[in-house]
Write a protein that binds this ligand. Structure first.
Ligand SMILES: [Fe+2]
Ligand SMILES: [Fe+2]
Length: 197
């Protein structure tokens, strides 16, 4: 494995989780539906745990968690842009529109979050010794949470958009009710929502 790129991945993942805290803090301000607000409060808490887990993983691999690199700067920039987008929507004064913007920002953020942890798990499978154990343990603890963050947020985003179009929406989304944690489960949940429209 290319150790330098493993380090780049961990530093990006850490920066993304740090940005994720700010994304959720702002998204919670935008949320109108009480069920969504409650979900995002839980994801915010879990995201704080992911920061701690990545700091632990960096320590186990002898990586300075504060080290800057260009990839990390890009991740920070994108996270800041998502927060700015939500603030722009909030300032416009339409709460429902701001909630939709927040849903989209969360889905964008969680797409990378989900991929980062899949890649971290892969690194764990291909490294050896203490590094392998540290990454595998962290990924095993966190991957279910990232599945939920991504698939459930996509469900909220789709159904709130559908509702805004004046169509029959399923809220909370079936992803939430069925506690979906896989891509195939998410596809089935979306189908279930389509059946009622
Ligand atoms: Fe995360
Ligand atoms: Fe996440």
């Amino acid at each position: 494995m290319k150790n330098q790129q493993v380090e780049a991945l961990l530093l990006q993942a850490l920066e993304h989780e740090l940005g994720g805290i700010e994304v959720y803090q702002t998204a919670i301000e935008c949320a109108v539906h009480p069920g969504l607000k409650k979900e995002w409060r839980k994801y915010l808490d879990e995201t704080r745990g992911h920061v701690t887990a990545l700091e632990g993983a960096c320590a186990a691999l002898g990586i300075d968690p504060e080290r800057e690199d260009p990839g990390r700067a890009v991740v920070r920039h994108v996270g800041g842009a998502l927060v700015q987008a939500m603030k722009l929507a909030l300032a416009a004064g339409d709460r429902s529109a701001a909630q939709l913007v927040a849903c989209e920002c969360v889905v964008l953020a969680e797409t990378k979050d989900h991929m980062d942890w899949e890649l971290i798990k892969k690194c764990g499978e291909h490294l050896t010794g203490k590094a392998a154990t540290a990454l595998t343990d962290a990924a095993n603890k966190i991957e279910d949470q990232e599945d939920e963050h991504l698939y459930h947020s996509k469900g909220w985003c789709r159904e709130l958009w559908v509702e805004s179009l004046g169509l029959t929406a399923v809220l909370p989304p079936p992803e939430e009710v069925q506690k979906v944690k896989t891509a195939i489960g998410a596809a089935r949940a979306e189908q279930a929502a389509e059946k009622v429209r």
